[in-house]
Design a protein around this ligand. Structure first.
Ligand code: TRP
Length: 413
């Protein structure tokens, strides 16, 4: 296997699928009517198992035969990350990365580095962003995202998405955008005086990301559900108003919807200082685990402890591949027959079994000069083709082509 190739996924260390499910908004039917022309073949794209024949339509114009059946066309995933930092943590892993790895064989997967989204809160401090992007791509590869299966691309290199976002903005009222819970949270957390236009439009841009590649499924953390819900509304509204161009995507939240921080806070966050990073070395992991928050009432090992809601056991459930060990520890813990130290030591060992292969793979990919750049360049070219095709369909549905003659009747960009 060459350095560019990606082998089998690293062990998923018991990151189970229980409790996982697609999310549909309240009151909405789970699956939608008339899912649009998802079969329109796309120029220059390889789609496994489907043959297509280009058909000359006229002078110098090549278009693809639209009637070609394309039942084999795989459903699509689109998901993404803002490059706000240079490392993913375990919460990101169980929340969304694990799903992306698991589903990339089944779905045609698009993975977006959402740097334009970053501008909404950070317009004048972009120095580190290039570095962050580089490191996050290495993290993707290290957990088993395979760039041959997953199209990894950079949002700012596909500014066409802004055109779709602009169109969508006309379909969303200001009060609707203001009701998105993340907006208030960001304004509060970043102590902003008020939201900028871009911040208000953030979820609309996200809808454009998803619908631009006609994403069917969006694996995300729980905090993103309101954005996917808005995306569903926008897709329906566009389809109802013009023509059925877009699928109505579902969100998919990970098996552990929200991994607590090492300090017991509900959310793990790098900036909260309570995160274990995929890139942490063995020593750091040990230190963080050994100082983890557990059942505060349990001052001595012979006092029966609470397993439910105890972060140490949440981590055991998520990462320890030795399920029998976990059950045995839980039962002794409940009876007051095991000390916190032993529970934590076993967690350290389990974490190492999970993280060591990831670190090894990361080092291997990092040693391959130019790999990340190549992945982004190739992925972006593919994403661009998809985006042009979708935009063309959207413009056509809207009748936004009254001067189409100007570009010769084909997509020229
Ligand atoms: N808003 C997402 C986050 O902060 C990042 C993101 C941007 C995204 N565009 C997306 C996620 C499209 C899923 C789909 O994590």
């Amino acid at each position: 296997m060459g350095p560019g190739a990606v082998g089998p996924n690293p062990r998923k260390a018991g990151v189970g699928l229980a409790g996982e499910g697609t999310v549909t908004g309240p009151g909405h039917p789970p699956k939608d009517r008339s899912v649009p022309d998802r079969d329109s073949p796309r120029v220059g794209e390889h789609q496994g198992g489907t043959t297509r024949t280009p058909r000359p339509l006229g002078e110098g114009v090549l278009f693809w035969e639209r009637t070609v059946a394309n039942e084999n066309r795989r459903k699509r995933i689109l998901t993404g990350d803002r490059p706000t930092s240079d490392a993913f943590h375990l919460g990101n892993y169980v929340g969304t990365l694990a799903n992306r790895v698991r589903l990339q064989d089944e779905y045609d997967t698009f993975l977006l580095l959402a740097d334009l989204h970053l501008l909404t809160t950070r317009i004048n401090d972009l120095e580190e962003v290039g570095h962050n992007i580089h490191e996050l791509v290495l993290d993707y590869l290290s957990v088993g995202i395979d760039h041959e299966k997953t199209t990894i691309y950079l949002q700012s290199l596909v500014p066409e998405v802004l055109e779709l976002a602009w169109i969508f903005m006309s379909l969303v009222s200001v009060p609707r955008a203001q009701r998105i819970p993340t907006l208030k949270e960001v304004v509060r957390d970043l102590k902003l005086e008020t939201a900028s236009m871009a911040l208000l439009s953030y979820p609309v841009l996200q809808a454009a990301d998803i619908l631009m590649v006609k994403g069917d499924l969006v694996p995300v953390g729980k905090d993103q559900l309101s954005h996917v819900e808005l995306t569903r509304e926008i897709a329906r509204r566009f389809n109802d108003t013009f023509a059925p161009v877009f699928p109505v995507p579902d969100a998919l939240v990970g098996s552990v919807a929200s991994l607590p921080g090492t300090d017991g806070q509900t959310k793990m966050g790098k900036s909260l200082g309570n995160a274990i990073l995929l890139t942490d070395d063995a020593e750091t992991v040990k230190r963080k685990v050994m100082s983890m928050y557990t059942d505060p009432k349990r001052v001595r090992p012979d006092i029966p402890g609470r397993v439910q809601g105890n972060p140490v056991f949440t981590y055991h459930d998520a990462f320890n591949d030795d399920k029998a060990e976990v059950e045995e520890l839980k039962s002794r813990y409940r009876k007051g027959k095991v000390g916190d130290v032993e529970v934590k030591q076993k967690l350290v060992a389990a974490m190492e079994r999970f993280l060591e292969p990831i670190r090894e793979r990361r080092a291997r990919f990092a040693g391959h000069e130019g790999l990340v750049e190549e992945i982004i360049t190739t992925g972006t070219a593919r994403a661009k083709r998809e985006c042009h095709q979708t935009l063309e369909e959207a413009r056509e549905a809207m009748g936004l082509q009254y001067f189409r003659a100007m570009d010769g009747g084909v997509v020229t960009r």
